[in-house]
Unconditional design. Structure first.
Length: 46
């Protein structure tokens, strides 16, 4: 899932995602859940 995180992160930076997604926060609405890089639901299930 490491590459998926990178791809979603890059798409977010390039403004290619339809919805606004935060980098860090609650599990169901972010790319990463913490500073260590644990993936949120956006990366794991999308």
């Amino acid at each position: 899932m490491g590459w998926a995180s990178f791809n979603v992160y890059q798409m977010n930076i390039d403004d290619l995602l339809l919805n606004h997604i935060d980098m860090f926060g609650s599990w169901d609405s972010v790319i990463f859940t913490d500073q260590k890089g644990h993936q949120g639901d956006i990366v794991k299930n999308r």
